[in-house]
Design a protein around this ligand. Sequence first.
Ligand code: NAD
Length: 290
Amino acid sequence: MKIGFVGLGNMGAPMAANLVAAGHEVVGFDTVAPCPDGVASAASAAEAASGADVVLTMLPNGAILRAVAAEVLPTMAQGAVLLDCSTVDVESARAVAAEAESAGCLAVDAPVSGGIGGAAAGTLTFMAGGSDEAFAKVAPLFEIMGQKAVHCGPSGNGQAAKICNNMILGVTMIGTCEAFALADKLGLDRQKMFDVVSTSSGYSWTMNAYCPAQGVGPESPADNDYKPGFAAALMLKDLRLSQQAAQAVDADTPMGQAATELYATFVEEEGAGDKDFSAMLPRFVSRRRG
Ligand code: NAD
């Protein structure tokens, strides 16, 4: 396939490199980042998109996605697919899909889980929204860049799945961290806490696979001075998207709201945006009830 790739940052660059390694022709554009080896460099997003079978975008937010879509859609061939793998608001994903349809193109929103490590290793999970036809066209690319792709329904449903998943993740991480901090103060050894909870009804991915306590459970960012991993700033972004969506459809999400407020304080007032999101544990330990 000929693939236009717009947004070659931390995630986009390794994803583009994997497409090249699998034998696809990739033409890239980024306003700042250089193209990785093997990716031909275009002078604009429109140039990267012209004549492509698939235009893949990996961008910071919905406003930038909308601007890039408006630029590339007029140059894309009829029937080509605009495949957005960024994490953006559901509304932008649906608006871009409608624009693509008016332009005679197909659209898939397919945000990812797996982070920079998963992007480099080609083991991402894709959550996709779009028509069966559009999903079928890009499915071979998901197989190269990832290990799993779930077709979640029509346009926007990939983003919906992503923010619901990450709302659970944020809430669960806070719950796990505050429970460890309570256990500390009750004199309960962290390893014993892990041994019990990881095999009891309090178990979760944040406890069992990504334990926020240093030296406990499998290796995680806690064992590396809370270097991300998944930065608290990115968790805050996703939690805010969940609350924006909840407001738009009048859904009651009190725990999601509380988690958003807590990560906002952590990132914006306490300057911990570049720490892993599991660094909530030392934060709770250093605080008193108040
Ligand atoms: P990043 O900031 O490293 O990369 C974004 C790239 O987009 C940058 O290189 C930037 O220069 C480029 N860009 C911005 N505006 C542009 C434009 N108009 N035209 C062309 N390029 C433009 O971010 P990232 O970590 O690669 O994340 C990308 C997306 O993936 C985000 O939506 C993020 O939420 C999502 N995501 C990231 C992770 C992660 O662990 N980093 C995990 C899952 C999902």
